[in-house]
Design a protein around this ligand. Structure first.
Ligand code: MSP
Length: 501
């Protein structure tokens, strides 16, 4: 089966920060996991390069919007291998191939009669590139996200006839209760729809840095239309000479944080219908990474630089920490102190030490060959059905809960070591079969657990699976390997971290 997963495409008005890396890493966890399940995965990320935020930022810096876009898009792209992200394509909306597809699709929307002309008057946030409804205003007509004063705008616009899709959207949400997850976000989308949909502005006469409307070159397309369409257009040109649309559309999973819910959960399905395309299968909405009490954001000046964090802790630790510390779907604070503590107690002690001990004991007591033995009944129950449980959680993008399922096994295996005390069994070899059994169960438990952890800890899991003599990355149940394989010791997976210079 195909599995198409996307991240939001990020604005290039500034460099990437950890908040952007967070969504991209989350999508990567899903992509890697689905590949382990043998799915035909396509994973898209990229940059959103048009619109006022970029135009304004470029002006402030005295460069052209394209120059700014080129510079910052490169930073977003450079970050990907550093956080071990395995995207299949990186889309940039200033790519002429994207523009060509957008023009084609929007012309279809126009031809189908879903566009009208009108006057727009209202509060506009230049940072969100979004008109705010009365319900969305912060105190004193400010933007609740950027905490800046909004501008009162009045202009001649083309409108997308969103209001015409009211009933169809209501029906979509009734028929597909998990179209938007988690439920609180679904309810938010439904409430927004039920509140009564108004037509949305599709173009802006004052905007310079945007795509011209195919039917009216005096107006530039409002950036959100050009941006949302990336999920479809990319499939048309990601592979030279091949159109992947049939193979991957509709998308299986759009990932994003909650501030762009309305665009994806309300406007996007309607726009797709207007263009004779199917809406995506599902979208999962996550919360914000906070520093202190506030959303990490460049404009608030409280960002953690992912490049620096990785220099100190490594990318596995970053991925692990983000999904472990902050319950995926909710807002949560992160801090350097938090990184350090989870790194030491969970990665270095719980997991790293377990791995070193198991490999060392098999090496010392059985010359590096995992004995062939049976599953110990005391472990059976804890491992029973774990692949299914874990997979179901990730189908619903429950990244934190899935990680906890795997971590329960890490803790269980540590207890098993303490309970069975293999070093005592090895002292007098009165019962060599029991030592065989314990070592087999430890190696097998570690193999099964590490396979689950591949998407979260791709580097160390790969290294450890190599040391355990496992070549396949397919998920496995306890006992599916008979033993008999050769293992090797590895240097500590999570060595002590040096304090910053
Ligand atoms: N360009 C639009 C999205 C268009 S998608 C068709 C946009 N760009 S953005 O650069 O502002 O990125 C927003 C997304 O970045 C969020 O939805 C989220 O995925 C991620 N995050 C940015 N800051 C974040 C946090 N502090 N915490 C969690 N995610 C964050 O909106």
């Amino acid at each position: 089966m195909s599995y198409y997963v996307t991240t939001p495409i990020y604005y290039v008005n500034a460099e990437p920060h950890l908040g952007h890396a967070y969504s991209t890493m989350a999508a990567d966890v899903l992509a890697r996991h689905m590949r382990q399940r043998g799915e035909d995965v396509f994973f898209l990320t990229g940059t959103d390069e048009h619109g006022e935020p970029i135009e304004n930022a470029a002006e402030r810096e005295g460069v052209t919007p394209q120059e700014l876009a080129d510079r910052n898009a490169a930073k977003f792209e450079e970050l990907l291998p550093i956080i071990d992200v395995t995207n299949d394509f990186f889309i940039r909306t200033s790519d002429p191939r994207h523009a060509e597809k957008v023009a084609e699709i929007m012309q279809r929307v126009y031809d189908n009669g879903w566009v009208t002309k009108g006057t727009y008057e209202g509060w506009y946030c230049p940072r969100c590139a979004d008109f705010k409804t009365e319900r969305e205003l912060g105190p004193g007509n400010t933007c609740p996200i950027h905490e800046i004063a909004l501008e009162q705008e009045r202009e001649e616009n083309w409108f997308f006839r969103l209001s015409a899709f009211q009933e169809r959207l209501e029906k979509l949400y009734e028929e597909r209760p998990d179209f938007v997850i988690p439920e609180v976000r679904r309810n938010e989308a439904v409430a927004f729809i039920k509140g009564g949909l108004e037509d949305v502005s599709l173009s802006r006469p004052k905007l310079k840095w945007g795509m011209p409307l195919p039917w009216d070159s005096d107006q530039r397309m409002y950036v959100w239309f050009d941006a949302l369409l990336n999920y479809v257009t990319a499939l048309g040109f990601a592979r030279e000479g091949e159109d992947l649309t049939e193979r991957y559309w509709p998308a299986d999973m759009h990932l994003m944080a909650k501030e762009i819910l309305k665009f994806h959960a309300v406007i996007w399905p309607a726009l797709l219908w207007a263009a004779d395309l199917e809406p995506p299968k599902r979208m999962a909405i996550h919360g914000f990474l906070l520093m202190g009490e506030k959303k990490m954001s460049k404009s608030l000046g409280n960002v953690l630089d992912p490049f620096e964090v990785i220099d100190r802790f490594g990318s596995d630790a970053l991925r692990f920490y983000c999904f472990r510390e902050v319950s995926f779907g909710q807002d949560g604070s992160i801090s350097t102190a938090g990184f350090e503590s989870r790194y030491e107690t969970e990665l270095a002690n719980d997991f790293g030490n377990l791995a070193s001990r198991v490999l060392a004991m098999v090496d010392r007591y059985r010359a590096g060959v995992v004995p062939k033995a049976a599953i110990d009944a005391v472990l059976e129950e804890d491992f029973e059905g774990v692949v299914e449980r874990f997979s179901e959680l990730l189908d619903r993008a429950e990244l934190t809960q899935a990680l906890e399922e795997a971590w329960k096994l890490v803790r269980r295996l540590n207890r098993y070591v303490e309970e069975t005390k293999p070093w005592e069994l090895a002292k007098d070899e009165a019962d060599p079969e029991r030592l065989d059994e314990v070592l087999y169960n430890l190696a097998e438990g570690l193999r099964v657990t590490t396979l689950l952890l591949v998407p979260y800890l791709p580097r160390s899991a790969d290294q450890l699976l190599g040391a355990l003599g496992e070549e396949s990355r397919a998920l496995a149940e306890l006992g599916s390997h008979p033993g008999g394989q050769k293992v090797e010791r590895v240097p500590p997976l999570f060595p002590k971290i040096e304090p910053p210079a």
